[in-house]
Write a protein that binds this ligand. Sequence first.
Ligand code: ADP
Ligand code: ZN
Length: 434
Amino acid sequence: MKHYYQPEIETAPREEILKIQNEKIVKQVRYVYDHVAYYRNLMDKKGVTPEDIRSVDDIKKLPFLTKDDLREAYPYGLLGTDLKNCVRIHSTSGTTGKRVVAFYTQKDIDMWEECCARAIVAAGGSDEDVCQVCYGYGLFTGGSGLHGGSHKVGCLTLPMSSGNTDRQIQFMMDMQATILCCTPSYAAYIGESLAERGYSPEDNKLKAGIFGAEPWTEEMRAEIEKSLGIKAYDIYGLTETSGPGVAFECEEQTGMHINEDHFYAEIIDPDTGEVLPEGEKGELVFTSLDKEGFPLLRYRTKDICILSREKCSCGRTFVKMTKPLGRSDDMMIIRGVNVFPSQIETVLLKEGYTPNYQIVVDRKNNTDTFDIYVEFSKDMFSDKVSDMQKREQALKAAMRSMLGIGPKIHLVAPKTIQRSEGKAVRVIDKRKLH
Ligand code: ADP
Ligand code: ZN
């Protein structure tokens, strides 16, 4: 028997979903125009009025929003309602310094948690399950999103947050967790750690995992499924649209169904901004159809993917997106955290270094390594090793405070980082993620 969290909508005929979308978009554009001065200005500049938007076909007339807009409008410029109507914020990396801060009303939280609940049920979850959530809690959306979804499904929820692998394993075994939610790298690491402790895959009660927030390959999926003895499901989302659960995988494991009653997806040419025909590869753009706190219209995710409306054997009718196949900007995701080279440069300059640096990212034993090589200037040099180590530690702390994760810093002699005649190669990413 097939299971859905909200079968009436998840399996609704296409026309019905379209009808819902058309009704919602008319209202939503009016709402945003009336409440968000920043976006009203963009619409005015483009000569579009709310009356021009009569169905989702008209969405292409609307202006785009990008991370730059988010930075410019920081912190309250894209807020859709009075702060007193908001009950929470979440936050993720911005491009330089300023973080993305998203606001949620209670209705927004309920919608988001329902999306996550759909993902958990699609992975076979029910109120019989014990759901171990080891995405990070806090400002990051991963923990809260899956946690809320798990409650809605009625699972016994283990709010572990990330890290402390010994404790994760102890709870997994003692509480007989059946569903695991975390980043795919952490899932792989837990798999290895179990094996190191002498457990075989049959020793745990896990049946499914819901993994996302960073790119992962089919090879990695196979490895995780084998080491944990589970079926591994992908989940996608971003803070700007709510968090994980914007799209989720079903048992077919051939792409993620987008929760189209809440998010309208377009694929555009990242260079021209033109909407591409279905089935073509391009940048994913989302319009939230009913958010109140942070109601972004035509938000450019910079994630490159393909949409497909092929019939899915699971019975769901929502359009499917492929795993993100790359990015149209230079954002890296390191240990699940968004990192922009520009943020690194900002810290270096603030700390008195020259912009001669190289970032090296790799994946070893399923964990991302993150190294920054930077030249010290002559006046920084000390022949006391401990002085140089202190400098490295200080720079690492400054990086951690900006990025949320700490790279390994290597201070190298002036003029040792290769100069480039063209565009400097600042980032060497050795991971094969796509
Ligand atoms: P999250 O908490 O989901 O990581 P962020 O807003 O911090 O949210 O980052 C969103 C970005 O993370 C997306 O734009 C995408 O590039 C990446 N991402 C999220 N989920 C996935 C996934 N399942 N596969 C690949 N990349 C993902
Ligand atoms: Zn499906």
